[in-house]
Design a protein around this ligand. Structure first.
Ligand SMILES: Nc1ncnc2c1ncn2[C@@H]1O[C@H](COP(=O)(O)OP(=O)(O)OP(=O)(O)O)[C@@H](O)[C@H]1O
Ligand SMILES: [Mg+2]
Length: 383
């Protein structure tokens, strides 16, 4: 039973207007919803799709108030938002999922990890950094992370020895044991207010070493079934204990000794779930709508092995995006192109992605690597 929303007139509010918001908005429009987004940029990726935009900062009291008041249900495409304002709005009876309280706990990576630990969920060993000397408490190498505001590898540094201390992050941070990683995995978990849960297949994330940014995603992950089952159970339990409502990208480390640790939880659609648009019965972007509108969750069945490749801005270019190799890449079977409509490219900026299917993971991967070599996002201004 849903909350009695008139689905045909359902007004969905999305906090943030980036590519995740755009892809939610596209699914919402397909389903006939009225979509309002909050974003300061009038040309943001989601602004090009939404019915209406509140043009304001994600920390603007008035902006958040306007968005939530004009929507039947409000959700997030980004966690870096003013949760205090949202908490007041929720207390006044507005529907906001995930809850502002959970968003506040998750947006601080240190608080998030302590919370998971309290629920008995394994995370890398960590320590608060109050003064510089604390950085050495777990020995070296060590990973230092900003508590707030990090994304796409920003706000994370690896300090190899004391000599690296001058590379340390300023501002509120914590340190984490440098984990010996075999594979980085991710599980998308959806949960609605009734407590119904659905998990997507385990994905394997590959990173661009130069900038520590997720580069491609392989589904299903190339791991034994028992490890996949364990990863899924851990991800599911994390969202259960947090009582999350919405969709969550649970990032995991499979360590070289076979242990699974939670790295972090994204309380929103996640890069590792983009492939679901083409490869699953219900995309992560439809699933978040179902979850926050208290509808039955959709099947997460994988129709075919899939590889997603991020189209990152080429090094050496900025300005208006200029695409190369699209014809050749689209000549490969089962390649789907997504571009986010960003006005300006930058080195390593996420400009779009491709999803590539195949009868086997090996086939999808071979096609994806071929397409990846062909397609480049350059810019009209060489740097
Ligand atoms: N404790 C650790 N040990 C080893 N490697 C780590 C550790 N923590 C993070 N990393 C590496 O750094 C990457 C980025 O870390 P993290 O996910 O915390 O940052 P982020 O900026 O939120 O990233 P994103 O936005 O891409 O998810 C991880 O995916 C992993 O490759
Ligand atoms: Mg991460």
């Amino acid at each position: 039973v849903n909350r009695g929303f008139n689905f045909a007139k359902l007004r969905l509010g999305i906090i943030g207007g980036g590519q995740l918001g755009r892809l939610i908005a596209l699914e919402a429009k397909r389903m006939g919803l009225f979509v309002t987004i909050l974003d300061p940029d009038q040309n943001a990726p989601a602004a090009q799709i939404a019915d209406r935009q509140i043009v304001a900062d994600l920390y603007s009291n008035a902006g958040l108030d306007a968005l939530v008041s004009q929507s039947d249900v409000t959700t997030f495409e980004i966690e870096h938002v003013d949760t205090t304002t949202l908490q007041n709005l929720a207390e006044r009876g507005h529907t906001i999922h995930p809850s502002p309280q959970l968003m506040q706990q998750i947006q601080n990576k240190y608080v998030q990890k302590r919370l998971l630990q309290q629920h008995g969920i394994a995370v890398p060993e960590l320590h608060d950094v109050v003064d510089v000397e604390d950085i050495a408490l777990l020995g070296f190498p060590v990973v230092q992370k900003a508590k707030l505001g990090g994304y796409d590898g920003r706000g994370v540094v690896v300090l190899k020895s004391r000599a690296d201390l001058d590379k340390r992050l300023d501002g509120e941070s914590f340190i984490e044991q440098a984990v010996a990683i075999d594979k980085e995995l991710a599980v998308m978990v959806a949960r609605n207010a009734q407590g119904e849960i659905r998990c997507y297949p385990v994905a394997e994330m590959l990173f661009d070493e130069r900038v520590n940014i997720c580069d491609s995603v392989i589904v299903p992950a190339r791991i034994p079934d028992a490890i996949a089952a364990n990863a899924t159970a851990i991800a599911r339990r994390a969202i259960e204990v947090l009582q999350g409502v919405g969709i969550f990208g649970v990032e995991l480390f499979l360590t070289t000794d076979g242990t699974i640790l939670i790295n972090e939880i994204a309380p929103r659609p996640h890069n590792s779930g983009h492939y679901t648009l083409e490869a699953c019965a219900t995309s992560q972007f439809e699933q978040i709508i179902r979850a926050v509108a208290d509808l039955p969750l959709g099947s997460t069945r994988l129709y075919a092995p899939a590889v997603m490749v991020n189209l990152l801005g080429e090094q050496g270019y900025s300005g208006k995006p200029v695409l190369e190799g699209v014809d050749a890449a689209l000549a490969i079977d089962e390649v789907t192109l997504h571009l986010y409509g960003k006005a300006v490219t930058r080195p390593f900026r996420k400009m779009g992605h491709i999803t590539v299917l195949g009868e086997t993971v090996a086939e999808a991967l071979a096609r994806a690597m071929q397409a990846k070599e062909l397609i480049k996002v350059k810019g009209d201004q060489p740097l």
